[in-house]
Ligand binder design. Sequence first.
Ligand SMILES: C[S@@+](CC[C@H](N)C(=O)[O-])C[C@H]1O[C@@H](n2cnc3c(N)ncnc32)[C@H](O)[C@@H]1O
Length: 261
Amino acid sequence: MSTVFYRRKPLVVTSAKQSDLTDGWVVIEGDVMSVYTNEEFERLFDKVELQADMVPGGPDTDIFGFDYSWCKDEFGRRLINELLGIEMASIDNNIDGNSWMFKPYPLSTFGRLVGAIEQDMEEGFDANVKFLEVGCGIGAKLVLVSKLFGFQVTGFDYNLQYCNDACELLHHWECQNWVVENADALSVTALEYYQASDVIYLNRPFVHLEQQGELEHLVLERMRPGAYVILANYAAEPSVLAQSGWREIARDKLAIVLQKP
Ligand SMILES: C[S@@+](CC[C@H](N)C(=O)[O-])C[C@H]1O[C@@H](n2cnc3c(N)ncnc32)[C@H](O)[C@@H]1O
């Protein structure tokens, strides 16, 4: 299984895959290919993290960049890297006219936002947090949320192939308590999920901003008070939502996390 790394500034690792020949990793850094032992590969992660910290303006939370600062354990980092590779490899540029092309919001950055929610809900933390991904694609983020945060995850997508891939991925990682459905974001099934979820992740399923805006409006209206939403590539106007009491938990270049009043 190969894992692909994307970084913009500075370019450190462009690709890495577990070596078939030795117990280690083959890593491509710029134009140079090297073989690392597992320990060296771990140190490489530290290097990536360090360089990210040195980027002017603080930790590199660039859309294709890494920000591992929220995830300290080795299993988590390895999981992120594997899933990033799978997600990137699955990018589908065939826009069918209705859906935004498969443009995943990077897992490393996404995980940080889920961490911010977990921290925010710490007081009344309930072990059965219900997480919903609208247009879950191949399910990489469902795996991340299930394995690293222990939430009950549900995802739906109108693309049946993506749903099948997501099921396979969740099985592969032996996730517990998950549901993947083949459903449309505007269907009755979806509306019921919006009402029942504690955390909803919505990353721009629609090409047209107006259509996207309508979906967001529907989701925000249906959500229960106190529930959280992660909006990425969104149409909503955060300042307008703030005026009606929505609480901002976190924000980055592409996404915002809000809690419903
Ligand atoms: C931009 S991708 C986001 C994928 C994933 N949620 C992520 O952030 O990595 C949009 C996803 O929404 C799905 N989608 C598009 N229109 C949809 C609809 N009407 N109902 C459900 N899913 C839809 C697409 O098949 C695709 O998987």
